[in-house]
Design a binder for this molecule. Structure first.
Ligand code: C5P
Length: 221
């Protein structure tokens, strides 16, 4: 398969971009990089060091030494430690907004992400990939999905997994709050690039979205 291109993907939280694009990456032989894991891993390191998240200088203090890598399955490593299992912690989710809004942290992440993508063959997913990290990517995709559709998907998933309490209205409010943070921070905000292919997944199943992306990618590679 042709791996001389990069695919940049942004979109709202829970729009299905990671599930879809990791599968597509496997199918087409791209490396998959979920950049959200970098912000999560950085947040975890801040927690380990007991840093004060409300102090931007304290948060930025880990920037000079921060480095990470991904394996072929998309797991993220700090040194030789696989951090992926630690990144769904409640504490990580609670504090990540301080990390994602920190300009010094973002500058470092962008630098590392551009290095990862330098040799092409990457599908990179995040919030600022099509606009800041890889604006010249050969294919740019913007995933969207209505807050209601995302909340309903999460609600059904929770039901299936026996998550309790499981309130649709609470889930919807959390999703709207996250969109607010993502779209309104002063650096690295989620924006739809004018030349990105726009894909609204609200009314589509996972398989339908994968089919559409597959067709699109076939036309590009
Ligand atoms: O995608 P995911 O939900 O794992 O992202 C975790 C957090 O990292 C989110 O708050 C998101 O705003 C942030 N993020 C970011 N820039 C990226 C990827 C994720 O600010 N490129």
């Amino acid at each position: 398969m042709n791996k001389q291109i990069n695919v940049a993907v942004d979109g709202t939280a829970g729009s299905g971009k990671s599930s879809v694009m990791s599968q597509i990456a496997q199918e087409f032989g791209f490396d998959f990089i979920d950049t959200g894991l970098m912000y999560r891993a950085y947040t975890k390191l801040c927690l380990e060091k007991n840093l004060d998240f409300t102090d931007p200088q304290a948060v930025a203090s880990l920037v000079p030494d921060f480095n990470c890598s991904y394996d072929q399955n998309g797991a993220i490593y700090i040194g030789t430690t696989d951090y992926t299992p630690f990144l769904i912690d409640y504490n990580v989710a609670e504090n990540i907004k301080y990390v994602a809004a920190n300009p010094q942290v973002r500058a470092k992440m962008v630098e590392l992400q551009q290095e990862f993508a330098a040799n092409k063959g990457k599908i990179m997913v995040g919030r600022d990939i099509t606009t800041v990290v890889l604006p010249e990517a050969e294919l740019k995709i913007y995933f969207d999905s209505s807050p209601e559709a995302r909340a309903m998907r999460r609600f059904i998933q929770n039901e299936q997994q026996g998550v309790n309490p499981n309130q649709y209205q609470d889930i919807l409010r959390q999703i709207q709050q996250r969109d607010q943070w993502d779209q309104n921070r002063s650096v690295g905000a989620l924006k739809r690039a004018a030349d990105a292919w726009y894909l609204d997944t609200s009314m589509l199943t996972l398989e339908e979205v994968i089919d559409k992306v597959r067709e699109k990618l076939k036309a590009v590679v």
